[in-house]
Write a protein that binds this ligand. Structure first.
Ligand SMILES: *Cc1c(COP(=O)(O)O)cnc(C)c1O
Length: 374
């Protein structure tokens, strides 16, 4: 039986041909394809201004700089996320302030956010884990009341909606990722939706060495920028993918529904929330790890033995060595720790079949039975 990975990108022949054209065009780094990709993203996101980046991480970091977050500031976020979310806070010299998750949505618990706000709090970074949107109404109500900036880490939420509006079409800063594992990819890449056109100039300067091109052909540098522009080759891949976003996401929804129908509820796993607004970036179940001999690693091995790839997204950020060394410890965020230590990401990608889902469910049942016996 073929190995079934937990995800796999789907690049069509038209896109491959388009990439070949770009390669032959004589212009391979940022140029017309980047402009076209940014325009297409903007069109999907209610006409808002969008700038592309070489990664979602770079988009998040530039958003924090544009929001004026720096040394002495605190930024509220979730510990149950890809480590990039918290790393960018450290990168700009600020301090992440973690708030535990709601165990049902697995996103930041908005009931706990206000207690974490101090006079130093400057911004919040909500994360739409697995593409399930954080409650934008409550989020922005808190932000307004406490005058906080918001940098939405919507890296996993491309195509998800809030009250029917696409994530990214409203709000403050919104960062997207087009990493190979995301719902659409540009191989590596990301984008930042800007709340104000006044930010565009500084956004572009942070993206490329702080350089401004002057009308007379000279240049100036007035701030310390990085190097995080997207290439035209990558942008062409992104354009081909963006055209398929809706088809990809509706296929993901069908497969997720299939999982929700087929997964054996008596196994003691916690299943994800059904959602109309999410984009089913991942289908994650929390294993009954305490009852499994060998815990999650044994489950991963048992699934691999059945030719099924399973992902781990994510161990809680505050328990990584870098963060422990800064003072966080086990017990700080019990829900994030429990979910983070038991979660597994089952295969879900548009080219999968319904039979694949049934096969994964059967393998998970066998694996859990096997490990519960020993
Ligand atoms: C993928 C991801 C990022 C970072 O995106 P890259 O393009 O890999 O830099 C940030 N946050 C979350 C939640 C992600 O899933």
């Amino acid at each position: 039986m073929d190995f079934l990975p937990f995800t796999r990108p789907d690049i069509d022949e038209e896109t491959i041909a388009g990439v070949v054209e770009v390669l032959r065009s004589g212009w391979i780094t940022s140029g017309p394809q980047v402009k076209a990709f940014e325009a297409a993203l903007s069109e999907r996101l209610g006409g808002r201004t969008v700038r592309s980046f070489s990664s979602g991480t770079a988009a998040l970091e530039v958003a924090l700089r544009l929001a004026g977050v720096g040394p002495g500031d605190e930024v509220i976020t979730t510990p149950l996320t890809w480590v990039a979310t918290a790393n960018v806070v450290l990168a700009v010299g600020a301090r992440p302030v973690f708030v535990d998750i709601d165990p049902v949505t697995r996103n930041i618990d908005l009931d706990l956010v206000e207690a974490a706000i101090t006079p130093r709090t400057r911004a919040m970074i909500p994360v739409d884990l697995a593409g399930l949107p954080v409650d934008r109404d409550r989020l922005y109500e808190i932000a307004r009341r406490h005058r906080l900036r918001v940098v939405e880490d919507a890296a996993q939420a491309m195509g998800a909606t809030w009250r029917g509006q696409p994530i990214g079409s409203t709000g403050d800063f919104v960062a997207l990722s087009f990493h190979a594992n995301k719902n659409i990819t540009s191989i590596e890449g990301g984008a930042l939706v800007l709340p104000a056109d006044a930010d565009v100039g500084r956004c572009e300067r942070y993206r490329l060495q702080g350089v401004t091109r002057l009308p007379d052909g000279e240049m100036d540098v007035d701030l310390l920028g990085g190097k995080s522009n997207l290439t035209d080759v990558a942008a062409r891949v992104g354009l081909g993918q963006l055209a398929r976003l809706d088809a990809f996401n509706s296929r993901r929804r069908e497969l997720a529904d299939r999982y929700l129908a087929a997964f054996d509820r008596s196994l003691g796993c916690e299943l994800p929330q059904p959602t109309q607004e999410g984009n089913w970036h991942m289908f994650q179940v929390v294993l009954p790890v305490d009852r499994l001999a060998g815990g999650r690693p044994a489950f991963l091995r048992a699934m691999a033995a059945r030719q099924i790839g399973v992902g781990v997204h994510y161990p809680p950020v505050h328990l990584f060595t870098l963060y422990r060394d800064m003072g966080w410890k086990r017990g700080d965020f019990p829900h994030a720790e429990r979910v983070g230590s038991g979660t597994v990401t089952l295969p879900l990608f548009p080219a999968m079949t319904g039979d694949d889902v049934v096969r994964v469910c059967a393998a998970a049942a066998e694996a859990i039975a096997e490990l519960s016996r020993t």
